[in-house]
Design a protein around this ligand. Structure first.
Ligand SMILES: [Fe+2]
Length: 171
């Protein structure tokens, strides 16, 4: 084999080897990327599935009000958040307990439950709790700073019967 043929053959072999290596590396990267993407998709799907199972049951987000504030019905009372102030701790946080239902406690079932409680101090959100269907009752205790706050508002959501609220004035 003459020198020119040897150089040409070596050149072609080197080119093929480099192309093969690049392809192998690319293939490896693609494979890793694909595996990572599949893992991401799977995690996302799992998260969405568990979230959507809960969310699927939340069918009413209507803002509700008493039809007649002088004569609330049992249905309305059952969905009214009750705000109770507790004592102030050594760091000056005041306990604020929220339950749902006045006289009649709202049920906690797999298909009917209080799905969230939010607490506002002068229209600023200071606490937000979500509950799993049937596993946690609509009840929450917050500890908040009340200095300079004039009003507390509790907002709750019933998955079937909408969003209800109540307020108290602070002296
Ligand atoms: Fe309800």
């Amino acid at each position: 084999m003459d020198r020119r043929k040897v150089v040409k053959t070596l050149g072609i072999s080197a080119a093929l080897l480099i192309t093969g290596l690049i392809s192998a590396c690319k293939g490896g990267d693609d494979k890793s990327k694909k595996e990572i993407q599949e893992l991401r998709d799977s995690l996302k799907e799992t998260a969405n599935k568990s979230k959507s199972e809960r969310d699927k049951k939340i069918v009413n987000r209507t803002e509700m009000n008493f039809q007649d504030s002088e004569n609330p019905t049992d249905f309305e009372l059952k969905h009214t958040p009750k705000i109770k102030l507790g004592s102030k701790d050594e760091l000056s946080f005041t306990e604020v307990k929220i339950t749902v239902g006045t006289g009649i406690i709202h049920p906690t079932k797999v298909d009917h439950w209080i799905d969230f409680i939010k607490l506002y101090a002068d229209d600023n959100l200071v606490g937000d709790v979500e509950f799993e269907a049937g596993k946690a009752s609509g009840y929450s205790v917050f500890k908040i700073k009340t200095e300079g706050v004039h009003k507390l508002k509790a907002v709750i959501g019933c998955n079937l019967h909408g969003i209800w609220h109540s307020e108290i004035e602070l002296s």
